[in-house]
Write a protein that binds this ligand. Sequence first.
Ligand SMILES: [Fe+2]
Length: 487
Amino acid sequence: MPAKRATILAKSMELQSLLFISLSLILLCSVDHVICGRTSTFIRSEWPSTDIPLDNEVFAIPKGYNAPQQVHITQGDYDGKAVIISWVTVSEPGTSEVLYGKEEHKYEHSAQGKTTNYTFYNYKSGYIHHCLVDGLEYDTKYYYKIGKGDAAREFWFQTPPTIDPDAPYIFGIIGDLGQTFNSLSTLEHYMQTGGQAVLFVGDLSYADRYEFNDGIRWDSWGRFVERSAAYQPWIWTAGNHEIEYRPDLGETFNFKAYKHRYATPYVASKSSSPLWYAVRRASVHIIVLSSYSPFVKYAPQWFWLLEELKRVDREKTPWLIVLMHTPLYNSNEAHYMEGESMRAAFESLFVHYKVDIVFSGHVHAYERSYRISNINYNITSGSRYPMPDKSAPVYITVGDGGNQEGLAVRFSEPQPDYSAFREASYGHSTLELKNRTHALYRWNRNDDGKPVPTDHVVFHNQYWASNTRRRRLKKHRRSQASYIATY
Ligand SMILES: [Fe+2]
């Protein structure tokens, strides 16, 4: 009967499709010399999932009347020649001026910032200062001073190298940090790595877990991360714990605390919102997206992403990285499929533009995918399996910073073919961009006393992976080698 024949044919096609996927993944695994789909069973003793008490020294308030606290910096422009320096004063507004220069205690330059504040139900913030310091030289150490008199405080930061396809750089990747002893362990381990800037993938303080979203926990978190964030830029991504939509408290201005406290250079990348933007740094183009703002086709974020992807120049910044809070691929039971709507909206763009890596948080565990895509998904024809795809990004979830909600320990079984490695432990990642073709990536599980690289991969740049470009690069390097040999 025709209907029966059609069913048999459909089943046969499905089997063939599954066979093809399996063979492709086997081939992918053998080519990359990696172990296919590993779920680590490592169990570590961890600190309790409770926030560090407010009177702990990690939240110490700096001495002196109206002393600047919660100091943090982020990139202030598109190309890394500016920083935004932010801090809070509590007793009075004080000054928003930043003194800075290339020598310690000698401040030849100054910049004037602005002050803001906000209320959230019955919480009233301190005076929040943001100061843009621009016109900086690349690859230079700058010292800066904020505050007045005895309460003034001094810090420093290093500007990135000139934008160059072979500029090396080390990023840390941290997500869902919170303020527990596990969070402290993650932060301290990261600070031992030599990372030069942090890609933060959302969910900062978890202040919204407190009654009335107590802003005091935003303040303590600011003092907590200052040990790193005052000295190197943290590139911010907004997570769900930043939304703070509380109509029951009369608070309907989404991301209120986050937007007041954590500035981003969104105007420099022609974005209309601080929640999505892009920066270029060393050899990488970083695109930050908002999982909790409209992103469907024709929404402002969608339009902006389309234009920003056209602006990416892989000859100058060969590495293309996307940050977002909710992962598009996640085989943990926690937050399963929450990224599916954004995957449907953006995945084909990521594949078309050969994004190298998409970093996410949200799920409190670690997971890395193979290069796969599901851009042929079709609800009508039934095509529905992620396929190995050399043009696709690797998806990495690093939501394991250590916040009070604890670990997401339940992975779905069996491990899907697209998932390369997963483990439910706290930790952070580092990405060392070596040159235009190679980057060394590590996920470091927190361990007793030292970071342990648990998952490590050498990434080959997606743009320079094409055969023609690889040949062009070889030719270029040969001509450089002969130049060096001759002279
Ligand atoms: Fe989250």
